[in-house]
Ligand binder design. Structure first.
Ligand code: PLP
Length: 382
């Protein structure tokens, strides 16, 4: 996105602001469409990454499905027009009354996360219901431990022995229709190998159970380049994973979140102070960890770009920090950038996923506004 647009957004709406580039999201969707053109493929966008209504509306109009993990997300997608048959319900702790609603509405699939959840569901079944089982293939996704979800020590999904028991139970219940298997092994995955391991183990399991899957849901997790050059290689993915997917002959569902929206957004902030101590320089922004918690939570490193003319500016090494009363409120340590002046703007990149969605009111500093760039004009998100 042209930095002039970001400057204009900051001048028009004030800072801090999230700015979303909708044409980028359209571009991602077209890449996926082309990549999976030989499959019966459905994208079920992972709403947790970004629940902004303008973004959801773009996806709704494109006939994309959604994956939700809470009743709040369910209500959000319903409010922008997603019909239940386009909604996949995930989550490890679905409440009784929520399950009841999903059954009544007839969602595309309730993805069962445990044997216990199956028992709960059986008790409230009022009509035929489609379910899938989230299996945990015990695969190391080689990502940050907080976003790895497919190891047996993680709370998500069931091992293959439990899945076997669940399948037997589901088969004996006429109200339940087992449409497929689901797995999500983690997020920000930049190697193809963990996916390969997961698909191979699901294939063997399905074969051993003589299971005809109408849906194979491989979750999300595709990693993006946060500036260190590490990214999931889609050509390698095609080469190694596609032949296996063809063998399944099922509808392939991916629940991508980050890959669709992360690079579409910028957190634009103002430099409030440049504080010099005896040992350091701190660039202090009017945005902090309550607006973007990924650096504090995962040690994530986002690129920060100057939105001022860098000509004739000396380079400095500084810690880029926010206004929150926590030392973890640091976006970058010893970061080299052209020295800014107070009042100038910077943009933190690749913040479209798990950015605003994880923002909080801590310290009672208001959340940023969300601004939409539709390719022609900027507007405040509804
Ligand atoms: C079940 C499930 N599906 C999809 C996703 C989306 O992951 P990502 O944003 O990495 O694509 C997540 C994220 O945690 C998830 O838990």
């Amino acid at each position: 996105m042209d930095s002039q647009i970001l400057v204009k957004a900051a001048e028009s709406f004030g800072t801090p602001i999230y700015v979303y580039d909708l044409p980028f999201i359209h571009h991602r969707l077209s890449i996926l469409k082309e990549m999976f053109k030989d499959f019966d493929f459905r994208l079920a966008y992972a709403v947790k990454a970004n629940f902004n209504k303008d973004i959801l509306s773009v996806l709704e109009k494109k006939n994309i499905m959604v994956d939700v993990v809470s009743f709040g997300e369910y209500k959000q997608v319903r409010s922008v027009g997603f019909t239940p048959d386009r909604i996949i319900v995930n989550g490890n702790c679905k409440k009784r009354e929520e399950l009841q609603q999903y059954v009544n509405d007839g969602v595309f699939s309730i993805n069962l996360d445990s044997y216990e959840e199956l028992l709960r569901l059986e008790k409230i079944l009022s009509k035929p219901t489609r379910v899938s089982i989230r299996v945990n293939p015990d695969v190391d996704a080689k990502t940050h431990r907080h976003i790895a979800t497919g190891l047996k020590e993680n709370k998500f999904g069931v091992d293959f022995d439990t899945a076997t028991k669940m399948i037997e139970r589901i088969k004996s219940n006429k109200m339940l229709d087992l449409i497929g298997l689901h797995c999500h092994i983690g997020s920000q995955i930049t190697e193809v190998e963990p996916y390969l391991e997961a698909v191979v183990s699901i294939k063997y399991f399905a074969k051993s159970m003589d299971l005809e899957l109408s849906v194979l849901n491989l979750g999300g997790g595709w990693g993006i380049d946060y500036g260190n050059g590490k990214v999931l290689d889609l050509e390698e993915y095609k080469k190694k994973i596609f032949p296996l997917l063809k063998e399944f002959g099922s509808t392939i569902v991916l629940e991508l979140g980050r890959w669709i929206v992360a690079p579409s957004a910028y957190l634009v902030a103002k430099v409030e102070y440049i504080k010099r101590t005896s040992s350091k320089i701190f660039i202090m922004l009017d945005t902090g960890m309550t607006h973007l918690i990924r650096p504090a939570l995962y040690g994530a490193k986002h690129r920060i770009i100057p939105l001022y003319d860098v000509k004739n500016r000396k380079k400095i090494k500084a810690d880029v920090v926010g206004p929150i009363c926590e030392s973890a409120d640091t976006f970058r340590k010893s970061y080299t950038m052209a020295e800014p002046k107070e009042g100038e703007f910077v943009a933190i990149c690749d913040v479209g996923a798990y950015g605003y969605a994880m923002a909080s009111d801590y310290n009672l500093i208001p959340k940023p506004k969300e601004i939409i760039w539709d390719g022609e004009k900027l507007s405040i998100s509804s």
